[in-house]
Structure formats: structure tokens, C-alpha cells
Design a protein around this ligand. Structure first.
Ligand code: NAP
Length: 279
């Protein structure tokens, strides 16, 4: 029997808490504002940005999308991030990926004021997270932990295996799991015999970006599996990094795609924006 670790109920609870806080902040004269800087024509990115903007507005957070066009040079993007960082009316800044060729996200994100870095993209934020200092964690990585906590999955002493080492998901998820006293292994494209490693996981986090890479041969029978993957399908749907059909019935619990990590990620971006507005 495999439990479904859904994220929609958790996300709704976070959005309700955010809406209350946003109303209080607006009444006190500091209406929270989020800015999303876009420099791509990528359709799945546009879909994601629309979903953030909708969720922000529904919770009383103003959201400006600054579209610089898909051929924006790095200096133009940096100048916009500098201007938003200096603007006292803006409390949260997201630099959307992908970026134009030649632009390096970690380099440009260094221009986001860490106090407004609600998606933990500035390398300073990741460094502080690794050092155990207060910082905004990338929302997707934090969503992994929030889902595990919401569903009461014990982490202290558990073996957590993270597949993927990106700056935005894999590495920060590993740091957050370490902070919770899990024993953490990080896998990547050069890992030898991936299935042999992932089968030792009590908690398996798949953040790979390869549709259904993780199958029944990769999982232990009692594992808890968090599927971060959001891979578009030709029919306009989404499929995760885990082959749900083959692992269901074998593992203890699995997050759905969609409806797992995704909605919690968006809700946490809004919670971070409200926290930044409070100063
Ligand atoms: P990414 O930057 O492309 O990183 C992918 C990671 O997976 C890399 O570390 C790569 O290893 C590793 N990898 C690739 N192929 C592998 C293989 N065959 N075996 C083992 N490891 C492999 O991707 P990302 O930005 O972290 O995103 C990962 C997934 O999460 C994507 O599906 C993305 O759409 C999704 N995502 C979801 C949310 C959400 O809110 N739900 C948010 C962000 C991302 P190397 O480092 O060796 O190349």
C-alpha cells in the first residue's frame, strides 16, 4: 500500500496564512510586492510565471512580471535586478530561468538583494544555508522538507538520497536534510550504479529532469519518495522523474505529479515575500 503525499492541502494552508499576513501588512502601509524578471520565450516558464502571479494576486500580494525579452543581454538583466533590489516598494525578486545564451543564473542572481531573494538564488543565500545561517532557501528545496514534515516522515537518522545536484533543488535539499539530521547521499549523472545507491534510501528525492528515470528497481520497499520532476508531455500534461506506475504498491509513500511539490513551492515563494515585507 503506497500513501499519496499530496501538496495541495498544505499549499492551501500556507496561502491562507499568507493572505492574512498580506492584509495586515497592507493595512499597516507596506503592501507586499513580488517582482519576477523574465528573459525567455519558453512556454513552460511562461506557464509557471502565470501560476505564481495568479497565486500572488489571490493572496493579496502584488506581482509585477518584468519581461526583458529572450535576447536581453546579461548587463540589462543585472541592471533590472539592481533596480528592483534598490526599490523599497519591492519585497521579493525572482529571476526566472531559462536565461538567454551567455547569461549565468548564479552570476546574475548575485545582484538580488539577499533580503529580497525569496527563491534563494543568490549564491550568498546558498552559502548561508550551507553554513546554517538564516537565509531564504530555494522554495522547491524547502517544499520537499515541508511535504515530509506535513506528512510526519521522520528524518533524524534516516538515509536520504537526493538524485540531482543543481543549485536550485538538489544541493539546497541536501543541506536542508542535513540540518534535520538525515544522513545524506547526493547522486548525479556520473554516479555509478544509481539504482544500487537509491535502493538504500529511506527517503528518496528525485530532482533530475528525466521523465520517469526512477523505476521499481531504484526503490526500497518501505521508502518515502519525493518526486520533484515536472517534465512536460507531448499532450500538454506533466510527468515526474519517478515512474509512478511501477513504484506504486512497492514504496511506502510517493508524491503525485502534478499536485505534490509544485503547489507547495509556489505557496512558499509567497510566504517568503511576506516575511521579506516584514523586514
Ligand atoms: P537540472 O539543473 O537540469 O539538474 C538535474 C540534475 O540531475 C543534475 O545534477 C544532473 O547531474 C542530474 N542528472 C541528470 N541525469 C541524470 C541521471 N541519468 N542519473 C542521475 N542524475 C542525473 O534540473 P533542476 O533544475 O534541478 O530540476 C530538476 C527537476 O525538477 C526538473 O524536472 C524540473 O522541472 C523540476 N523542478 C520542479 C520544481 C517544482 O516546483 N516542482 C521547481 C524546480 C525544478 P549533473 O550535475 O552531473 O549534470
Amino acid at each position: 500500500m503506497t500513501a499519496t503525499l499530496g501538496g495541495t492541502e498544505l499549499a492551501a494552508g500556507i496561502r491562507a496564512e499568507v493572505a492574512t499576513a498580506a492584509a495586515e501588512l497592507a493595512a499597516a502601509g507596506t503592501p507586499p510586492r513580488l517582482a519576477v524578471v523574465v528573459a525567455t520565450a519558453d512556454e513552460s516558464s511562461a506557464w509557471y510565471v502565470r501560476s505564481i502571479a495568479r497565486a500572488a494576486e489571490r493572496t493579496g500580494i502584488a506581482c509585477s512580471v518584468v519581461d526583458l525579452g529572450e535576447s536581453a543581454p546579461p548587463d540589462r538583466i543585472r541592471a533590472e535586478l539592481d533596480a528592483l533590489s534598490a526599490d523599497p516598494a519591492v519585497h521579493g525578486i525572482i529571476l526566472q530561468t531559462p536565461l538567454p545564451a551567455g547569461a549565468v543564473v548564479e552570476d546574475l542572481a548575485a545582484s538580488i538583494d539577499p533580503a529580497k531573494d525569496v527563491d534563494g538564488a543568490n549564491p550568498l543565500s546558498l552559502g548561508r544555508l550551507a553554513a546554517g545561517l538564516p537565509a531564504f532557501a530555494p522554495a522547491t528545496a524547502e517544499a520537499v522538507l515541508a511535504l515530509l514534515d506535513h506528512h510526519g516522515v521522520p528524518l533524524s537518522g534516516a538515509h536520504a538520497v537526493v538524485v540531482g545536484r543543481s543549485t536550485v533543488v538538489g544541493k539546497p535539499a541536501a543541506h536542508l536534510l542535513l540540518q534535520r539530521d538525515a544522513t545524506v547521499t547526493v547522486c548525479h549523472s556520473r554516479t555509478k550504479d544509481l539504482a544500487a545507491v537509491t535502493r538504500t534510501a529511506d527517503v528518496l528525492v528525485a530532482a533530475v529532469g528525466r521523465p520517469e528515470l526512477i523505476t521499481a528497481e531504484h526503490v526500497a520497499e518501505d521508502a518515502v519518495v519525493i518526486d520533484v520532476g515536472t517534465n512536460p508531455t507531448p499532450d500538454g500534461g506533466l510527468v515526474g522523474d519517478v515512474e509512478a506506475g511501477s513504484v506504486t504498491g512497492r514504496v511506502a509513500a510517493l508524491t503525485p505529479v502534478p499536485g505534490g511539490v509544485g503547489p507547495v513551492t509556489t505557496a512558499l515563494l509567497l510566504r517568503h515575500t511576506v516575511a521579506s515585507s516584514r523586514g
